[in-house]
Design a protein around this ligand. Structure first.
Ligand code: GCW
Length: 669
């Protein structure tokens, strides 16, 4: 076991004591807990911790009650009985969700007529955070792959953390936001991490014990070649009976140790991870192999679709990474077992700031689909820049793959699209052992918003921001709240304005993916090109003259993306290769658009430190957490610096390649 964690002060995020003020002194009735449903006991503790007194239902002003006959197993109902609030649910987790619903509504919760009553049911049953945590510190990726918030909350340099008590606070934060499933290791499952299934299974059990009282189910990412990697067999062929037996007996051992284990997450045939292709088998063969091992116990397999050739020849312009997931998986629709959920990244490339929604999500009506998001900000400023992910998720969830009048994207995961089946909403976590949990303190908002939007994918980012600000910083409209709102609202558009333009993607430094490197991936094997030259820029993904990717969409999008005049400007360079002088819908040329957005974006970023700096007196007199103030101040300086670097590289690149001067004569180098 590793050494005890230092006694660092952990920030309460959106659950400071002040957030519970309305329960202080209140009389509340809560059922007795039981071994069968430990979350009820958690609720009792939460109610007491909030300062309420637990009393019999007859004396209470808030009554939590379990209704075993309730038709919805998930969610809760809030009603009023005279002046009493009654929260009803089928189980402890439903009641806990109801409790946090009241907390998040603050005064309104106890004010009649404010509309907090009703039945609240999550859109999807599985709202999962995937942690890309390594046990061993990986030589390139560190303790947490794409982690920007310090080390792992679970592991510390080769070992399980000696002190897991911080997971109590973590699980509480996740549960309060709506998350109810976690996967606890990297999907790139290295040798040591493979043993979480076997000799290190006890660790998984200890972590699951921490999440269980909050109604959170634990899953594990597994290595498809585990039987081979662990040296038990000389094959991982999914059709080999010995391999099938290996997975069955392994699953039996896992469920004997952790009876409520959630299931497996798998990255196969992707970026060097092993998979069924090695045996000429399909991904349905592979997924069903694992699904059949966990099915007797109610387990689920989340099978990722991030399958593409990462050793592409950049000279070959016919291969298109964006096509790959759709091409691999749509022929398999209908072949996956019922307990397989196909996990698809929201875009066809890789968590970019602007890419079209993946056509695969709407192309498998006979398959359960999970939409995969990244809360960790690999490509969106790495928790050094302010970036409001909820604003981006709003657009993603609202995308209408069959055109207006048809289902929205989120409804596919929710099983509400025609012929569709219920899937899940999943995101890669942005947390670590950083005292602020998320590196950038304002990135806590994204964690909160993920849970809330996985529960209610129609939620408004502005309303969630208000809710989160009130919980975290207090409800009164203060300078802090106003400034935080000013920083976060619109921050996605701001980031986009000074980074890769018009949906062209990447242009980041290879490897770590932070900061500009316009040609960084241009001659690499990764399939992420922009094809800029003296004449123009962009990827021709049309059916007429390009890779044909536009044809993977249903109408009206297939035609809209294909047709230069109709393609949305913000995705122009994703679908078309155009001259620098191409005129956008607003009348500016591509070259001038890049100049204008980048100069304006960097200028705006340069103003942010000053805006935040106005709060200095509040930090001085203790009204604002000084450590938080200082951390944000330093990060805003870095954002401003980095935005200027992006501006100068992008604008100079355009100038040198196109020879088109900036109409406003701003400095180019
Ligand atoms: O975005 C890419 C990341 C990899 C990651 C991969 C994936 C875990 O750069 O670090 O690997 O996606 O989603 O599997």
């Amino acid at each position: 076991m590793s050494s005890p964690a230092s006694d660092v002060v952990v920030h309460p995020a959106w659950l400071p004591a002040s957030a519970f003020a309305l329960f202080d002194g209140r009389l509340v009735a809560v059922p007795e807990g039981s071994d069968a449903d430990p979350v009820v006991e958690t609720l009792r503790r939460e109610v007491s911790r909030a300062g309420a007194k637990i009393v019999a239902p007859g004396e209470a002003s808030v009554v939590f009650t379990i209704d075993g006959e309730r038709s919805q197993r998930e969610g809760f109902t809030i009603s009023r009985d005279g002046s009493r609030i009654v929260v009803t649910a089928a189980n402890g987790r439903g009641l806990l969700d109801g409790f946090f619903h009241l907390v998040s509504h603050r005064e309104a919760a106890f004010t009649p007529g404010t509309g907090i009553e009703g039945t609240f049911t999550p859109a999807v049953p599985i709202r999962m955070l995937d942690h890309w945590d390594n046990i061993d510190v990986h030589p390139v990726m560190g303790q947490v792959e794409r982690g920007y918030a310090g080390g792992s909350l679970f592991y510390d340099d080769g070992d399980l953390r000696w002190d897991l008590s911080r997971l109590d606070d973590y699980a509480r934060l996740l549960a309060s936001s709506g998350v109810n499933h976690v996967s606890i290791n990297n999907v790139n499952v290295h040798r040591t991490e493979t043993t979480l299934l076997t000799e290190r299974l006890g660790w998984v059990g200890r972590i699951a014990d921490k999440f269980r009282p909050w109604g959170i189910t634990t899953h594990l990412a597994v290595n498809f070649s585990a039987p081979l990697v662990l040296g038990d067999l000389d094959t991982s062929d999914p059709l080999d009976p010995a391999v099938q037996d290996w997975w069955k007996s392994t699953a039996e051992r896992v469920y004997a140790a952790i009876p409520d284990f959630g299931g497996f997450v798998v990255k196969a045939d992707s970026e060097g991870q092993p998979g069924p292709f090695a045996y000429n088998r399909t991904h349905a063969d592979g997924a069903n192999l694992l699904a059949r091992a966990v099915a007797p116990f109610g387990g689920i397999v989340h099978w990722r679709c991030f399958v593409y050739n990462h050793k592409q020849d950049w000279r070959d312009r016919s291969t298109d990474r964006a096509r790959a997931a759709f091409d691999h998986f749509t022929p398999l629709d209908g072949q996956f077992d019922d307990n397989v959920i196909i996990q698809v990244k929201y875009g066809p490339l890789d968590f970019q700031v602007r890419e079209p929604v993946s056509p695969l999500i709407a192309a498998m009506p006979n398959t359960r689909v999970a939409i995969e998001l990244q809360v960790t900000e690999e490509y969106s400023g790495q928790q050094k820049h302010v970036y409001n992910l909820a604003e981006q998720w709003r657009e993603i969830f609202d995308f209408d793959p069959w055109g207006s009048g048809g289902a929205r994207l989120w409804q596919i995961a929710a099983g509400q699209a025609e012929g569709g089946r219920t899937g899940s909403i999943v995101a890669v976590a942005n947390t670590g052992d950083d005292p602020f949990w998320t590196g950038h303190p304002l990135a806590q908002f994204n964690l909160y918003a993920f849970g809330r939007m996985a529960w209610d994918p129609t939620a408004s980012p502005a309303a969630l921001l208000d809710e989160w600000i009130a919980l975290t910083f207090g409800a009164d409209p203060t300078a802090v709240g106003e400034t935080v709102r000013a920083l976060l609202a619109g921050s996605r558009d701001l980031y986009e304005s000074y980074t890769a333009p018009l949906g062209v993607c990447f242009m980041v430094n290879p490897g770590h993916h932070y900061g500009p490197s316009i040609d960084g991936y241009e001659y690499s094997p990764w399939g992420t090109y922009h094809f800029a030259d003296r004449d123009g820029i962009g990827v021709d993904r049309t059916r007429a003259t390009g890779t044909g990717y536009s044809g993977q969409y249903h109408e009206p999008w297939a035609t809209r993306f294909e047709t230069l005049a109709d393609c949305p400007d913000d995705l122009l360079l994703f679908f078309h290769h155009v001259p620098w002088s191409h005129v956008l819908h607003d009348g500016t040329t591509v070259a001038q658009h890049i100049y204008d957005t980048h100069f304006a974006g960097a200028e705006r970023a340069a103003e942010l430190p000053g805006l935040w700096g106005e709060l200095q007196p509040l930090a001085d007199d203790g009204a604002l957490d000084e450590a938080l103030f200082t951390r944000v101040a330093a990060l805003l300086d870095e954002q401003a610096r980095c935005a200027a670097e992006w501006r100068d590289q992008l604008t100079t690149y355009v100038w040198r390649h196109s020879g088109i001067p900036d109409a406003q004569g701003r400095p180019l180098y």
